[in-house]
Design a protein around this ligand. Structure first.
Ligand code: CP
Ligand code: NVA
Length: 315
């Protein structure tokens, strides 16, 4: 069966650790692996806007010896005349992997069912697993071993980022806290999946409505935009509802003295985070943005190895 990355818990704890190890190796020696030399092409499809994901996949595929084919759905048949399954059948005969940023998780699942090449979720309404690989790499670089660390997320607990922190961090054996108002609490099925995974790894998930309790002693403080792509019509309502969950210097003062601040970006300074925090000494957001490159290269190498789709992949 072809391996894909559609959500964070598609990776076992051991697989996640293997990819992070490989990412560190590739970061230290950027052009050491060229599994896409040939060159082979990787399709990178965008239904939504992007800066980091577009740049890091394009550069990463080139680093691996391949050619990135960046497709905007506005100019393709996908999303209009053609289904994800038919698109996948067309593409698999020509590309080594398909990376897709889209709305519905169901579309990614359909794409993955329809193809023998790996499909990577480059952000959906539900999850952002590529971002989490970069975030875990960043946390590991700054804090050492992931297992046992506490990460506190503030804001929209139903967002793709909150769900991905829950699944990916408990997979790494971390303790995850989500601070969100009652009508923005994480989806029950994702909570259940995170709790199941946490029981295997020794991690944990705790939901809070009180931000101060969530911040207390945390090693990593994180937030995300209050207005995710596709939610623009709810902007005013969200600013009102989520205002109490802004990450401020006071939030950071309640966390561990050596806590770091991360944010997937783009950020709305003054809304979900104060400029004094994101531009302050505890913020590692630029390392985090760079790590998208290294983490995704490792992911692609790993998927190609798993699926045996690249004859020249180094063992
Ligand atoms: N963090 C992230 O995915 O950024 P982009 O939307 O710019 O790709
Ligand atoms: N939650 C945000 C993440 C952007 C990278 C969104 O979906 O817009």
């Amino acid at each position: 069966m072809t391996r894909h990355l559609l959500r964070d818990d598609d990776l076992t704890p051991a697989e996640q650790a293997e990819i992070l190890d490989l990412a560190l190796e590739l970061k230290a020696d950027r052009w050491s692996l060229r599994p896409l030399a040939g060159p082979q092409t990787v399709a990178v499809i965008f239904d939504k806007s992007s800066t980091r994901t577009r740049v890091s996949f394009a550069v990463g595929i080139a680093d691996l010896g391949g050619i990135p084919l960046i497709i905007s759905t506005a100019n393709s048949q996908l999303g209009g005349k053609e289904t994800p399954a038919d698109t996948a059948r067309v593409m698999e005969r020509q590309v080594a992997a398909i990376v897709w940023r889209t709305y519905a998780q169901a579309g990614l699942e359909e794409m993955a069912r329809g193809t023998r090449v790996p499909v990577v979720n480059a952000l959906s309404d539900d999850f952002h697993p590529c971002q989490l690989l970069a975030d875990l790499l960043t946390i590991r670089e700054h804090k050492g071993e992931l297992k046992g660390l506490t990460l506190a997320f503030f804001g929209d607990g139903r967002s793709n980022m909150a769900h991905s922190y829950m699944l990916a961090c408990v997979t790494a054996g971390m303790h995850v806290r989500v601070a969100a108002p009652e009508n923005y609490t994480p989806r029950a099925d994702v909570v259940a999946d995170a709790e199941r995974r946490a029981a295997e790894t020794g991690g944990s998930l705790t939901l809070f409505t009180d931000g101060d309790q969530a911040a207390a002693g945390a090693d990593v403080i994180v937030t995300d935009t209050w207005v995710s792509m596709g939610k623009e019509e709810e902007k005013l309502e969200r600013i009102r509802d989520l205002g109490a969950y802004k990450v401020t210097p006071d939030t950071m003062s309640q966390a561990d003295r050596d806590a770091i601040f991360i944010h997937c970006l783009p950020a709305d300074r003054g809304y979900e985070v104060d400029a004094a925090v994101i531009d302050g000494p505890q913020s590692v957001v630029w390392d985090e943005a760079e790590n998208r490159l290294h983490a995704q290269k490792a992911l692609l190498v790993w998927l190609l190895r798993q699926n045996g789709t690249a004859a020249q992949v180094a063992a």
